[in-house]
Design a protein around this ligand. Sequence first.
Ligand code: GYE
Length: 332
Amino acid sequence: MLNRRDFITAAVGVAAAGGLAACAKEDDSTGSTYGTGKGITLGFSQVGSESGWRTANSLSVKQAAKWQGVSLKFSDAQQKQENQISAIRSYIAQKVDVIAFSPVVVTGWDAVLKEAKAAKIPVVLTDRSVETSDPSLYVTLVGSDFTAEGERAAVLLEKVLEKAGHKGAVKIAQLEGTTGAAPAIERAKGFAKVMKAKHPDWKIVASQTGDFTRAGGKQVMAAFLQAHPDIDVLFAHNDDMAIGAIQAIEAAGKKPGKDILIVSIDGVRDGFVAMSKGKINAIAECNPLLGPQLMDVVKKVHAGESVGRWIKTKEADFTQEQAKAALPKRKY
Ligand code: GYE
């Protein structure tokens, strides 16, 4: 049986898929009605430009705002919380109608969110969540279930190990996302949950942040390989870190996807390319195309309509065979 939240999630997923189809037909359309956001000013504070996922996400937000006629004030915080806090403060000072932001880390937002509340400006979280003692400080979160993504990555690893004919203990290196960020915390948690429940013979022998970047992934993986030359598996919290790690693995004279099996999360184009070359073994998708859903929520919130507390994104899993077939149609 579908509960109400599942039903909404499924409906949103279908709507999002429909949006992509419309996008292909109508060029810059995002699947929502043209111009229906006119008169709304949205202040949006983006995390940064750390990954392929983020590039696709920023573009999706900008295109959806343009299509729906929402006047968008956009700023890039370069992965620094203090930059996001000053961007939000400046949106409050400019009296925007709605504020949306993708919080770089989960903690430390209460003060600025209270300022927004005092100014009666609703706040919508997008992509990442926050930890707060007062849930009334934000209206809703539009984004993925990161714990589920971590669990899906572990289930994909089961299949990858089986296909590779790996027997016995599994030594895993984990490249974590930005320390304190919701996707880093929750993806690690989901993966560990499956490990604990089903795989006493899997062991995380090294785990460190690569800050969701290629450079970080490359540098940390090089250090992992020095300290643990017998690593069997890399679990990377995003494709960009996996791609950086692939360079370090090759530089160490090993074959990524064979000597070291790799599972990551996101499903950006370069991740798909690496997968179709056999260098990444499987990817749990995290959909960055949140713009149309975000604008729909912004319009509702502005109109005083109620929205659910968490509007989830629908995602898929991909193996190497599926990557080859999906690559030509990949949008980001
Ligand atoms: O997986 C990663 C990005 O918050 C879901 O942030 C996002 C993550 C994404 O840097 O590539």
